[in-house]
Design a binder for this molecule. Structure first.
Ligand code: UD1
Length: 441
Protein backbone atom coordinates (compact mmCIF):
# COMPACT_ATOMS: atom_id res chain seq x y z
CA UNK A 1 0.00 0.00 0.00
CA UNK A 2 1.44 3.33 -0.94
CA UNK A 3 1.69 6.48 1.08
CA UNK A 4 -1.15 8.99 1.25
CA UNK A 5 -0.89 9.89 -2.38
CA UNK A 6 -3.94 11.43 -3.93
CA UNK A 7 -4.69 10.06 -7.36
CA UNK A 8 -7.62 11.69 -9.09
CA UNK A 9 -6.90 10.35 -12.62
CA UNK A 10 -10.09 8.34 -12.65
CA UNK A 11 -12.32 10.99 -11.09
CA UNK A 12 -14.14 12.15 -14.19
CA UNK A 13 -17.04 14.16 -12.85
CA UNK A 14 -17.65 15.99 -9.62
CA UNK A 15 -21.28 16.28 -8.53
CA UNK A 16 -21.39 19.76 -7.08
CA UNK A 17 -18.38 21.91 -6.24
CA UNK A 18 -17.45 21.36 -2.60
CA UNK A 19 -16.59 25.02 -2.12
CA UNK A 20 -19.44 27.39 -1.57
CA UNK A 21 -19.68 30.97 -2.65
CA UNK A 22 -18.88 33.38 0.13
CA UNK A 23 -21.58 33.46 2.82
CA UNK A 24 -24.56 32.69 0.68
CA UNK A 25 -27.89 32.95 2.41
CA UNK A 26 -31.55 32.31 1.78
CA UNK A 27 -34.02 35.16 1.91
CA UNK A 28 -37.46 33.84 2.69
CA UNK A 29 -40.60 35.91 2.39
CA UNK A 30 -42.85 34.19 4.93
CA UNK A 31 -46.58 33.64 5.05
CA UNK A 32 -47.10 32.02 1.64
CA UNK A 33 -49.34 28.95 1.40
CA UNK A 34 -47.90 25.96 -0.46
CA UNK A 35 -49.76 23.70 -2.86
CA UNK A 36 -48.98 21.05 -5.42
CA UNK A 37 -46.61 18.10 -5.56
CA UNK A 38 -43.00 17.90 -4.53
CA UNK A 39 -40.51 15.19 -5.37
CA UNK A 40 -38.31 13.52 -2.77
CA UNK A 41 -34.69 12.75 -3.74
CA UNK A 42 -32.68 9.65 -2.90
CA UNK A 43 -31.54 9.23 0.69
CA UNK A 44 -28.25 10.97 1.47
CA UNK A 45 -27.41 8.67 4.37
CA UNK A 46 -28.03 5.58 2.29
CA UNK A 47 -26.19 6.84 -0.78
CA UNK A 48 -23.08 7.69 1.26
CA UNK A 49 -22.71 4.21 2.71
CA UNK A 50 -23.67 2.47 -0.54
CA UNK A 51 -20.91 4.42 -2.29
CA UNK A 52 -18.39 3.10 0.25
CA UNK A 53 -19.50 -0.43 -0.65
CA UNK A 54 -17.91 0.11 -4.08
CA UNK A 55 -14.58 -0.56 -2.33
CA UNK A 56 -15.68 -4.18 -1.85
CA UNK A 57 -15.65 -5.12 -5.55
CA UNK A 58 -13.39 -4.84 -8.57
CA UNK A 59 -16.47 -4.58 -10.77
CA UNK A 60 -18.58 -1.53 -11.49
CA UNK A 61 -21.23 -0.51 -9.02
CA UNK A 62 -23.97 1.70 -10.40
CA UNK A 63 -26.23 3.56 -8.02
CA UNK A 64 -29.38 5.31 -9.18
CA UNK A 65 -31.52 7.91 -7.41
CA UNK A 66 -28.39 9.53 -5.94
CA UNK A 67 -29.09 13.07 -4.69
CA UNK A 68 -26.95 15.97 -5.99
CA UNK A 69 -25.38 17.02 -2.68
CA UNK A 70 -22.01 18.32 -1.60
CA UNK A 71 -21.62 15.33 0.78
CA UNK A 72 -22.03 12.95 -2.17
CA UNK A 73 -19.40 14.90 -4.11
CA UNK A 74 -17.12 14.69 -1.06
CA UNK A 75 -17.54 10.92 -0.85
CA UNK A 76 -16.79 10.68 -4.58
CA UNK A 77 -13.54 12.57 -4.01
CA UNK A 78 -12.56 10.24 -1.18
CA UNK A 79 -13.21 7.14 -3.26
CA UNK A 80 -11.25 8.65 -6.16
CA UNK A 81 -8.35 9.32 -3.79
CA UNK A 82 -8.28 5.57 -3.08
CA UNK A 83 -8.13 4.70 -6.78
CA UNK A 84 -11.81 4.12 -7.50
CA UNK A 85 -13.04 5.42 -10.85
CA UNK A 86 -16.03 7.66 -10.13
CA UNK A 87 -18.36 8.80 -12.85
CA UNK A 88 -21.42 10.89 -12.14
CA UNK A 89 -24.58 10.92 -14.28
CA UNK A 90 -27.59 13.17 -13.78
CA UNK A 91 -29.04 11.16 -10.90
CA UNK A 92 -26.72 8.16 -10.93
CA UNK A 93 -23.15 7.42 -10.02
CA UNK A 94 -20.86 4.68 -11.29
CA UNK A 95 -17.89 3.47 -9.34
CA UNK A 96 -15.22 1.17 -10.75
CA UNK A 97 -13.25 -0.44 -7.94
CA UNK A 98 -10.69 -2.18 -10.17
CA UNK A 99 -8.12 0.57 -9.58
CA UNK A 100 -8.29 0.51 -5.75
CA UNK A 101 -4.67 1.03 -4.76
CA UNK A 102 -4.71 3.09 -1.55
CA UNK A 103 -5.71 2.19 1.98
CA UNK A 104 -5.49 5.66 3.50
CA UNK A 105 -7.84 8.47 2.50
CA UNK A 106 -6.20 11.85 3.09
CA UNK A 107 -7.01 13.78 6.23
CA UNK A 108 -8.19 16.93 4.47
CA UNK A 109 -10.94 15.01 2.67
CA UNK A 110 -11.98 12.85 5.62
CA UNK A 111 -12.07 15.80 7.97
CA UNK A 112 -14.82 17.54 6.04
CA UNK A 113 -17.07 14.50 5.79
CA UNK A 114 -17.86 12.30 8.75
CA UNK A 115 -19.36 9.57 6.58
CA UNK A 116 -15.90 9.00 5.08
CA UNK A 117 -15.22 6.79 8.09
CA UNK A 118 -17.41 4.22 6.31
CA UNK A 119 -14.33 3.40 4.20
CA UNK A 120 -12.59 1.63 7.05
CA UNK A 121 -14.77 -1.52 6.95
CA UNK A 122 -14.60 -2.24 3.22
CA UNK A 123 -10.90 -1.24 2.96
CA UNK A 124 -10.02 -3.66 5.70
CA UNK A 125 -12.13 -6.41 4.16
CA UNK A 126 -10.69 -5.91 0.67
CA UNK A 127 -7.07 -4.95 1.32
CA UNK A 128 -6.46 -6.20 4.86
CA UNK A 129 -5.27 -2.76 5.86
CA UNK A 130 -6.81 0.67 6.40
CA UNK A 131 -5.66 3.96 7.85
CA UNK A 132 -8.52 6.39 8.31
CA UNK A 133 -8.32 9.64 10.27
CA UNK A 134 -10.84 9.88 13.09
CA UNK A 135 -13.83 11.84 11.86
CA UNK A 136 -13.74 14.02 14.97
CA UNK A 137 -16.67 15.68 16.66
CA UNK A 138 -19.25 17.72 14.89
CA UNK A 139 -21.85 20.37 15.61
CA UNK A 140 -24.35 17.96 17.15
CA UNK A 141 -22.10 16.05 19.54
CA UNK A 142 -18.95 14.01 20.04
CA UNK A 143 -19.96 11.04 17.85
CA UNK A 144 -17.53 8.34 18.95
CA UNK A 145 -16.46 5.34 16.83
CA UNK A 146 -15.83 2.96 19.73
CA UNK A 147 -18.42 0.47 18.53
CA UNK A 148 -16.98 0.39 15.01
CA UNK A 149 -13.50 -0.31 16.38
CA UNK A 150 -14.67 -2.92 18.87
CA UNK A 151 -16.50 -4.77 16.12
CA UNK A 152 -13.55 -4.71 13.71
CA UNK A 153 -11.38 -6.18 16.48
CA UNK A 154 -13.96 -8.95 16.98
CA UNK A 155 -13.48 -9.77 13.30
CA UNK A 156 -9.75 -10.23 13.84
CA UNK A 157 -8.36 -6.79 12.99
CA UNK A 158 -5.60 -5.21 15.04
CA UNK A 159 -6.59 -1.63 15.57
CA UNK A 160 -4.61 1.24 17.03
CA UNK A 161 -5.57 4.86 17.34
CA UNK A 162 -2.66 7.27 17.35
CA UNK A 163 -2.30 10.91 16.44
CA UNK A 164 -5.93 11.06 15.40
CA UNK A 165 -5.67 8.21 12.90
CA UNK A 166 -7.28 4.79 13.18
CA UNK A 167 -4.88 2.19 11.79
CA UNK A 168 -6.25 -1.29 11.25
CA UNK A 169 -4.58 -4.35 9.85
CA UNK A 170 -5.63 -7.96 9.48
CA UNK A 171 -2.73 -10.18 10.57
CA UNK A 172 -1.95 -13.59 9.15
CA UNK A 173 -1.78 -15.18 5.74
CA UNK A 174 -4.31 -13.84 3.24
CA UNK A 175 -5.09 -10.86 5.50
CA UNK A 176 -8.72 -11.94 5.58
CA UNK A 177 -11.09 -10.92 8.37
CA UNK A 178 -12.69 -13.77 10.31
CA UNK A 179 -16.40 -13.93 11.08
CA UNK A 180 -17.27 -13.35 14.72
CA UNK A 181 -20.01 -12.46 17.17
CA UNK A 182 -20.44 -8.77 17.93
CA UNK A 183 -22.77 -7.25 20.47
CA UNK A 184 -23.11 -3.50 20.03
CA UNK A 185 -23.46 -1.54 23.28
CA UNK A 186 -25.76 0.87 21.45
CA UNK A 187 -27.48 0.30 18.10
CA UNK A 188 -25.19 2.65 16.19
CA UNK A 189 -26.21 3.08 12.56
CA UNK A 190 -22.66 3.76 11.37
CA UNK A 191 -21.14 0.87 13.34
CA UNK A 192 -23.75 -1.58 12.06
CA UNK A 193 -23.07 -0.50 8.47
CA UNK A 194 -19.27 -0.56 8.85
CA UNK A 195 -19.37 -4.04 10.31
CA UNK A 196 -21.79 -5.38 7.69
CA UNK A 197 -19.41 -4.28 4.94
CA UNK A 198 -16.40 -5.73 6.76
CA UNK A 199 -18.16 -9.04 7.40
CA UNK A 200 -19.36 -9.42 3.79
CA UNK A 201 -15.89 -10.59 2.67
CA UNK A 202 -14.79 -12.21 5.96
CA UNK A 203 -14.10 -15.89 6.40
CA UNK A 204 -17.12 -17.49 8.07
CA UNK A 205 -20.25 -16.20 9.77
CA UNK A 206 -20.61 -12.89 11.59
CA UNK A 207 -23.50 -12.15 13.92
CA UNK A 208 -24.18 -8.51 14.82
CA UNK A 209 -26.42 -8.25 17.87
CA UNK A 210 -28.23 -5.07 18.96
CA UNK A 211 -27.83 -3.88 15.38
CA UNK A 212 -29.43 -0.63 14.22
CA UNK A 213 -32.85 -1.09 12.61
CA UNK A 214 -32.74 2.01 10.40
CA UNK A 215 -33.97 1.74 6.79
CA UNK A 216 -30.50 2.75 5.57
CA UNK A 217 -29.12 -0.45 7.15
CA UNK A 218 -31.72 -2.46 5.26
CA UNK A 219 -30.83 -0.59 2.07
CA UNK A 220 -27.16 -1.49 2.53
CA UNK A 221 -28.12 -5.14 3.05
CA UNK A 222 -30.12 -4.97 -0.19
CA UNK A 223 -27.12 -3.68 -2.08
CA UNK A 224 -24.72 -6.19 -0.54
CA UNK A 225 -27.09 -9.04 -1.45
CA UNK A 226 -27.29 -7.66 -5.01
CA UNK A 227 -23.47 -7.81 -5.04
CA UNK A 228 -23.51 -11.48 -4.03
CA UNK A 229 -23.23 -11.17 -0.25
CA UNK A 230 -25.09 -13.48 2.14
CA UNK A 231 -26.90 -11.24 4.62
CA UNK A 232 -29.97 -12.11 6.70
CA UNK A 233 -31.88 -10.23 9.37
CA UNK A 234 -31.20 -6.60 8.38
CA UNK A 235 -33.97 -4.50 9.92
CA UNK A 236 -34.02 -6.76 13.01
CA UNK A 237 -31.66 -6.53 16.02
CA UNK A 238 -29.68 -9.58 14.85
CA UNK A 239 -27.94 -9.50 11.48
CA UNK A 240 -26.17 -12.62 10.20
CA UNK A 241 -23.61 -12.42 7.43
CA UNK A 242 -21.80 -15.35 5.90
CA UNK A 243 -18.69 -13.99 4.23
CA UNK A 244 -18.01 -14.73 0.57
CA UNK A 245 -14.66 -14.63 -1.26
CA UNK A 246 -15.70 -12.13 -3.85
CA UNK A 247 -18.44 -9.59 -4.45
CA UNK A 248 -19.51 -8.49 -7.92
CA UNK A 249 -20.91 -5.27 -9.35
CA UNK A 250 -24.55 -4.26 -9.19
CA UNK A 251 -27.06 -1.73 -10.44
CA UNK A 252 -29.09 -0.50 -7.50
CA UNK A 253 -31.55 2.31 -6.70
CA UNK A 254 -31.16 4.24 -3.43
CA UNK A 255 -34.29 4.48 -1.21
CA UNK A 256 -36.12 7.82 -1.01
CA UNK A 257 -34.86 10.19 1.66
CA UNK A 258 -37.20 9.83 4.65
CA UNK A 259 -35.73 12.89 6.35
CA UNK A 260 -36.17 15.11 3.31
CA UNK A 261 -39.72 13.76 2.95
CA UNK A 262 -40.41 14.57 6.60
CA UNK A 263 -39.01 18.07 6.15
CA UNK A 264 -41.27 18.70 3.15
CA UNK A 265 -44.33 17.40 5.03
CA UNK A 266 -43.42 19.78 7.85
CA UNK A 267 -43.13 22.64 5.35
CA UNK A 268 -46.78 22.02 4.49
CA UNK A 269 -47.78 21.73 8.13
CA UNK A 270 -46.06 24.92 9.26
CA UNK A 271 -47.64 26.94 6.42
CA UNK A 272 -51.06 25.31 7.07
CA UNK A 273 -51.10 24.08 3.48
CA UNK A 274 -51.98 21.04 1.43
CA UNK A 275 -49.08 19.34 -0.33
CA UNK A 276 -48.36 15.98 -1.94
CA UNK A 277 -44.92 14.57 -1.15
CA UNK A 278 -43.42 11.53 -2.86
CA UNK A 279 -41.99 9.08 -3.45
CA UNK A 280 -41.81 7.87 0.13
CA UNK A 281 -41.75 4.46 1.73
CA UNK A 282 -44.36 5.12 4.39
CA UNK A 283 -43.00 2.41 6.71
CA UNK A 284 -39.82 4.49 6.95
CA UNK A 285 -41.83 7.44 8.26
CA UNK A 286 -44.14 5.69 10.74
CA UNK A 287 -43.30 7.71 13.87
CA UNK A 288 -43.23 10.97 11.92
CA UNK A 289 -46.61 10.41 10.24
CA UNK A 290 -48.11 9.46 13.61
CA UNK A 291 -46.83 12.70 15.18
CA UNK A 292 -48.14 14.73 12.26
CA UNK A 293 -51.58 13.20 12.79
CA UNK A 294 -51.33 13.84 16.53
CA UNK A 295 -50.73 17.54 15.95
CA UNK A 296 -53.85 17.63 13.79
CA UNK A 297 -52.64 17.20 10.20
CA UNK A 298 -54.72 15.11 7.81
CA UNK A 299 -52.76 12.55 5.84
CA UNK A 300 -53.89 10.77 2.74
CA UNK A 301 -51.57 7.98 1.66
CA UNK A 302 -51.73 6.76 -1.90
CA UNK A 303 -49.04 4.21 -2.62
CA UNK A 304 -45.75 6.08 -2.39
CA UNK A 305 -47.30 9.56 -2.09
CA UNK A 306 -48.49 11.31 1.05
CA UNK A 307 -50.86 14.26 0.77
CA UNK A 308 -50.84 16.35 3.91
CA UNK A 309 -53.35 19.05 4.83
CA UNK A 310 -52.85 21.25 7.85
CA UNK A 311 -55.03 23.83 9.51
CA UNK A 312 -54.96 24.03 13.32
CA UNK A 313 -51.80 22.62 14.90
CA UNK A 314 -51.92 21.24 18.47
CA UNK A 315 -49.03 20.79 20.88
CA UNK A 316 -47.53 17.31 21.34
CA UNK A 317 -44.67 15.74 23.26
CA UNK A 318 -41.95 13.84 21.46
CA UNK A 319 -38.64 12.20 22.21
CA UNK A 320 -36.06 11.16 19.67
CA UNK A 321 -35.17 7.49 19.55
CA UNK A 322 -33.46 5.01 17.28
CA UNK A 323 -35.67 3.68 14.45
CA UNK A 324 -38.59 2.96 14.52
CA UNK A 325 -38.80 5.81 17.05
CA UNK A 326 -38.93 9.47 16.10
CA UNK A 327 -35.70 10.35 14.20
CA UNK A 328 -33.27 12.82 15.71
CA UNK A 329 -32.74 14.23 12.22
CA UNK A 330 -36.31 15.61 12.23
CA UNK A 331 -36.26 16.93 15.78
CA UNK A 332 -35.21 20.48 14.83
CA UNK A 333 -37.65 20.78 11.89
CA UNK A 334 -40.49 19.47 14.08
CA UNK A 335 -39.63 22.02 16.75
CA UNK A 336 -40.19 24.82 14.23
CA UNK A 337 -43.70 23.47 13.65
CA UNK A 338 -44.43 23.13 17.38
CA UNK A 339 -43.27 26.72 17.91
CA UNK A 340 -46.46 27.68 16.03
CA UNK A 341 -48.80 25.14 17.71
CA UNK A 342 -51.63 25.78 20.18
CA UNK A 343 -50.38 24.85 23.64
CA UNK A 344 -47.09 23.73 25.12
CA UNK A 345 -45.06 20.88 23.63
CA UNK A 346 -42.12 19.03 25.13
CA UNK A 347 -39.26 17.71 22.97
CA UNK A 348 -36.54 15.54 24.46
CA UNK A 349 -33.39 14.83 22.43
CA UNK A 350 -32.08 11.40 23.36
CA UNK A 351 -29.56 10.62 20.61
CA UNK A 352 -27.11 13.53 20.38
CA UNK A 353 -26.10 15.64 23.37
CA UNK A 354 -25.69 18.91 21.53
CA UNK A 355 -28.60 18.95 19.17
CA UNK A 356 -30.75 21.77 20.51
CA UNK A 357 -28.71 24.69 19.23
CA UNK A 358 -31.54 25.80 16.97
CA UNK A 359 -33.52 26.82 20.07
CA UNK A 360 -31.67 30.12 20.37
CA UNK A 361 -32.27 30.94 16.73
CA UNK A 362 -35.97 30.07 16.94
CA UNK A 363 -36.18 32.36 19.98
CA UNK A 364 -34.80 35.15 17.80
CA UNK A 365 -37.82 34.62 15.60
CA UNK A 366 -40.20 35.01 18.53
CA UNK A 367 -40.56 31.37 19.57
CA UNK A 368 -41.26 30.85 23.28
CA UNK A 369 -38.96 27.99 24.26
CA UNK A 370 -37.48 27.10 27.64
CA UNK A 371 -34.64 24.61 27.97
CA UNK A 372 -33.81 22.16 30.70
CA UNK A 373 -30.91 19.85 29.88
CA UNK A 374 -31.77 17.98 26.72
CA UNK A 375 -35.46 18.92 26.95
CA UNK A 376 -37.16 21.88 25.33
CA UNK A 377 -40.55 23.21 26.45
CA UNK A 378 -42.15 24.97 23.51
CA UNK A 379 -45.08 27.26 24.09
CA UNK A 380 -46.69 27.84 20.72
CA UNK A 381 -46.99 31.44 19.54
CA UNK A 382 -49.53 32.88 17.14
CA UNK A 383 -46.87 34.04 14.68
CA UNK A 384 -43.12 33.82 14.31
CA UNK A 385 -41.42 36.95 13.09
CA UNK A 386 -38.81 37.03 10.33
CA UNK A 387 -35.23 37.62 11.48
CA UNK A 388 -31.64 36.95 10.39
CA UNK A 389 -30.78 33.45 11.66
CA UNK A 390 -28.07 30.86 11.18
CA UNK A 391 -28.32 27.08 10.99
CA UNK A 392 -25.76 25.41 13.25
CA UNK A 393 -25.96 22.04 11.49
CA UNK A 394 -27.75 20.43 8.57
CA UNK A 395 -31.11 19.80 10.22
CA UNK A 396 -31.03 23.02 12.23
CA UNK A 397 -30.65 24.90 8.94
CA UNK A 398 -33.73 23.12 7.59
CA UNK A 399 -35.59 24.08 10.77
CA UNK A 400 -34.73 27.72 10.10
CA UNK A 401 -36.04 27.51 6.54
CA UNK A 402 -39.32 26.04 7.81
CA UNK A 403 -39.66 28.74 10.47
CA UNK A 404 -38.99 31.36 7.79
CA UNK A 405 -41.80 29.98 5.62
CA UNK A 406 -44.26 30.60 8.45
CA UNK A 407 -42.87 33.87 9.81
CA UNK A 408 -44.08 37.40 9.25
CA UNK A 409 -41.76 39.34 6.94
CA UNK A 410 -38.33 38.35 5.71
CA UNK A 411 -36.11 35.69 7.28
CA UNK A 412 -32.52 35.34 6.14
CA UNK A 413 -30.93 31.97 6.80
CA UNK A 414 -27.17 31.58 6.91
CA UNK A 415 -25.29 28.31 7.28
CA UNK A 416 -26.12 27.01 3.81
CA UNK A 417 -22.91 25.01 3.74
CA UNK A 418 -24.80 22.65 6.06
CA UNK A 419 -28.11 22.77 4.22
CA UNK A 420 -26.50 21.94 0.88
CA UNK A 421 -24.89 18.86 2.38
CA UNK A 422 -28.23 17.18 2.88
CA UNK A 423 -31.00 18.82 0.88
CA UNK A 424 -31.05 18.80 -2.91
CA UNK A 425 -32.23 22.24 -3.99
CA UNK A 426 -34.60 22.70 -1.05
CA UNK A 427 -35.45 26.25 -2.05
CA UNK A 428 -36.11 25.24 -5.67
CA UNK A 429 -38.48 22.50 -4.55
CA UNK A 430 -40.32 24.80 -2.14
CA UNK A 431 -40.51 27.67 -4.64
CA UNK A 432 -42.09 25.31 -7.18
CA UNK A 433 -45.01 24.78 -4.78
CA UNK A 434 -45.53 28.41 -3.84
CA UNK A 435 -42.77 29.53 -1.47
CA UNK A 436 -40.76 32.71 -2.07
CA UNK A 437 -37.14 31.93 -1.31
CA UNK A 438 -34.15 33.62 -2.91
CA UNK A 439 -30.52 32.51 -2.65
CA UNK A 440 -28.25 35.53 -2.40
CA UNK A 441 -24.53 36.07 -1.89
C1 UD1 B 1 -26.36 8.28 11.48
C2 UD1 B 1 -26.84 9.29 10.47
C3 UD1 B 1 -27.29 10.57 11.16
C4 UD1 B 1 -28.32 10.25 12.24
C5 UD1 B 1 -27.80 9.18 13.19
C6 UD1 B 1 -28.84 8.72 14.20
C7 UD1 B 1 -25.44 8.78 8.54
C8 UD1 B 1 -24.36 9.21 7.61
N1 UD1 B 1 -25.74 9.59 9.56
O1 UD1 B 1 -25.21 8.82 12.14
O2 UD1 B 1 -27.86 11.44 10.19
O3 UD1 B 1 -28.61 11.42 12.99
O4 UD1 B 1 -27.40 8.01 12.43
O5 UD1 B 1 -29.98 8.27 13.57
O6 UD1 B 1 -26.06 7.75 8.33
N2 UD1 B 1 -22.51 6.07 19.59
C9 UD1 B 1 -21.68 5.61 20.59
N3 UD1 B 1 -20.58 4.88 20.23
C10 UD1 B 1 -20.28 4.60 18.94
C11 UD1 B 1 -21.13 5.08 17.92
C12 UD1 B 1 -22.24 5.81 18.28
O7 UD1 B 1 -21.93 5.85 21.77
O8 UD1 B 1 -19.27 3.96 18.71
C13 UD1 B 1 -23.70 6.87 19.95
C14 UD1 B 1 -23.63 8.30 19.41
O9 UD1 B 1 -22.90 9.13 20.25
C15 UD1 B 1 -25.09 8.67 19.35
C16 UD1 B 1 -25.78 7.35 19.02
O10 UD1 B 1 -24.85 6.33 19.33
O11 UD1 B 1 -25.51 9.09 20.62
C17 UD1 B 1 -26.22 7.24 17.58
O12 UD1 B 1 -25.09 7.35 16.74
P1 UD1 B 1 -24.99 6.56 15.36
O13 UD1 B 1 -26.21 5.70 15.19
O14 UD1 B 1 -23.67 5.91 15.29
O15 UD1 B 1 -25.08 7.75 14.31
P2 UD1 B 1 -24.25 7.88 12.98
O16 UD1 B 1 -24.13 6.55 12.33
O17 UD1 B 1 -23.02 8.66 13.25
Amino acid sequence: MGPHRRDTRTMTVTVVPSQQVLNPQLEIAGGRRLSGEVRVSGAKNSALVLMAASLLTEDTLRLRNVPPLTDIAGMGEILASLGVGVRRGSDSIEMDGSGLNQSAPPYELVNSLRASFFCIGPLLAKLGIARVPLPGGCQIGTRPVVEHVKGLKALGAQVTIEHGVVSAVVPGRGHRLKGGRIHLDCPSVGATETLMMAAALADGETVIENAALEPEVVDLAGLLIAMGARVRGAGTPTIRIVGVERLHGADYAVIPDRIEAGTLLLAAAITRSTLTVGPVITDHLGAVLTKLEEVGCRLDIDGTCVTISADQIRAVDLRTQPFPGFPTDLQAPFMSLLATAQGTSVITEHIFENRLQHVGELQRMGAAIRMQGNTAFIEGVHRLSGAPVKGSDLRASAAMVLAGLAADGITTVQGLEYLDRGYADLEGKLNAVGATIRRVG
